[in-house]
Design a protein. Sequence first.
Length: 173
Amino acid sequence: MSWGKLLQPDLVLGDSILSLTPAIVQQYQLKGLVLDVDETLVPMRVAEASPEMRQWVDTIRPLAKLWLVSNNLSASRIRSIAESLNVPYILGAAKPSRRKLRQAVDGMNLPVDQVAMVGDRLFTDVLAGNRLGMFTILVEPVIDPTEAIRRYHWRSFEVWFSQILGATLTPPK
């Protein structure tokens, strides 16, 4: 498989994860969502989900099993976020490694093609999900405005480089 295909999300939302609606989950027949944490659910250094994020989880939970899978190694922070959402979690995932994603999918007891990897990064979240055969959803990052310039620069490079390799990252109209 080419790098362009490995970095190509199945769905580009063009907005935060909060725009992933129940209708979209049902449209793609998804029964499970593996969620990245940092900048997908919460800004870096934030240790609890916002009320809006908790409401989103409560809206999606009846339709799809949810797991958090983070590369972050801070057990106390990731546990705090997972507990605020009442969702199981795995930390230290080393994405784009597939091992911890497989563990989450196995924990859901679902076929991998019914589970989506949802994240804000192409070279970790999308690449790992595609390598495992998951449906992949790219969302815009949730960023603390005081860190936007430093953090967004790296993601801009990923988008630019992925497009050179052949990925198309245009949200649906």
